[in-house]
Design a protein around this ligand. Sequence first.
Ligand SMILES: Cc1cc2nc3c(=O)[nH]c(=O)nc-3n(C[C@H](O)[C@H](O)[C@H](O)COP(=O)(O)OP(=O)(O)OC[C@H]3O[C@@H](n4cnc5c(N)ncnc54)[C@H](O)[C@@H]3O)c2cc1C
Length: 452
Amino acid sequence: MNPERRKSRMEKVYDVIVAGAGPAGLITALTAGTAGLRVLLIDMKRDIPRVFRACCCNLIIEPGTHGETVTHTPGSIRFEKNRFAVPYSGAVIPLKKSYKVSPLGNTLKINGKSRDGNVAISYEKEVLLNDLFQRVQGNRMIEIRTETQALAVENLRSGVRVTIRTDSSLYHVRGRIAVAADGVNSKLVQSLGLNQTRRKFFARFRVASYHMEGVDCPYPDAWITFVGTGHTRGRRGQLYMCPKPHGGTIEPRVYELTIGIPVVAAAPGFTPQEELRYFTTEGRFAPWFRHMKIIDTRAATLNFYTPLTNPVEGNVVVVGDAAAFIETYVQGALMYGYQAGNAIVKHLATGTGLEEYAASWAKTFEYNDPEEIKKATQGFGLHVLRDEDIDYLFSLTKGDEVYGYVNEFSDPITVRRTLLSHLDQVRRERPQLAAQLEKFAEVSVHDALQVK
Ligand SMILES: Cc1cc2nc3c(=O)[nH]c(=O)nc-3n(C[C@H](O)[C@H](O)[C@H](O)COP(=O)(O)OP(=O)(O)OC[C@H]3O[C@@H](n4cnc5c(N)ncnc54)[C@H](O)[C@@H]3O)c2cc1C
């Protein structure tokens, strides 16, 4: 017999090949494996639960986020509408307030709107991944290959073929369904040509973060956003800070400081790492960091494409950030991974099912609506105002009782509503600024992202 034919006869065909073992890939693999499918799960990392990529990892608790309400209860994170839970054995820090801080140090304060008075809940991604990975390892239907990169996927007449690279080899694996869960810069989505045919490119951001002990933060238990161009030397980007559980505990207090900077070819500017160093050692708020000890650093590059409104292409299912604009959030990656896993199980049993996952994604992933992209990016868009105007506007909100959540979609609305409640005074004192505020909804996505 022809040796090639013999080889292909013997080749193992998996039911599902999952590329990427982040939150989306782990839960998809677990859902499929639990239903008895033969799963191959691959990831570039050696140690799956380790996190190198920047992620503030706050639980977005606003009801209805991506059509779901997510809560933390001891030992788990629960998804009310989808009726499932994932294990989470780590510590949490409920965040009670969200502060927007102007370059001069004026603040716009938002109080937690949840029943417990929280704006969000800070948790630890390593613990979540570790808890999920332990379940995956305990499932004998799931084969795991680490330090293995998925380079491309092809739809065959029946099934898929995934090209894989390790340090020492380049080979193919075959499956009935492939899942692209390889994150925001997905190689599998790129290999299918979907970035060209189904998406529009907006911008590239570079992100860096410090995890620090010894920070003298005047706003503990808060999500902090530093708003305005005066916080950075390059006058671009946005800084965030919040306390994080670390190594399973909340003491000593660890804060995460993150910056995201748009990459603009014509005006290269400073790297995120340089800006973090400047902010913590020379900026207006450097005294907060006088005693800081950096215990971890992380980074990321994000390509902002419009989402894949249809995340299914033949036998390839795209899950989590791989299909998103900016991000699905960790909880979105889990929720859509769970939905995709169930859809695949049904599809392989009955011949239909993937379209149910696609329909759910199309309906609930908020960035699928171009208006939501516009509204959410305007959250960054206060930068189009002058720093002195932001200082002035925040000073007006001093006695306000504002309630809200950390959430890309509702937060810009909360801020705008708060500022507009002072419009009469702004009209009297700074008519030009009032006109700008009134036209805020017209700020383009490119201006809001500072990539023009
Ligand atoms: C600065 C920042 C702050 C954020 N803050 C929050 C927050 O507060 N709350 C929140 O919920 N979310 C937050 N997010 C978003 C969150 O990190 C993502 O939405 C979530 O991690 C997406 O999960 P995923 O599984 O789709 O992708 P990822 O978590 O990116 O996982 C992808 C996995 O695929 C692997 N991989 C990548 N390419 C390949 C390849 N070619 N072959 C094999 N393996 C591959 C990676 O090693 C990784 O394990 C933030 C993100 C950023 C950048």
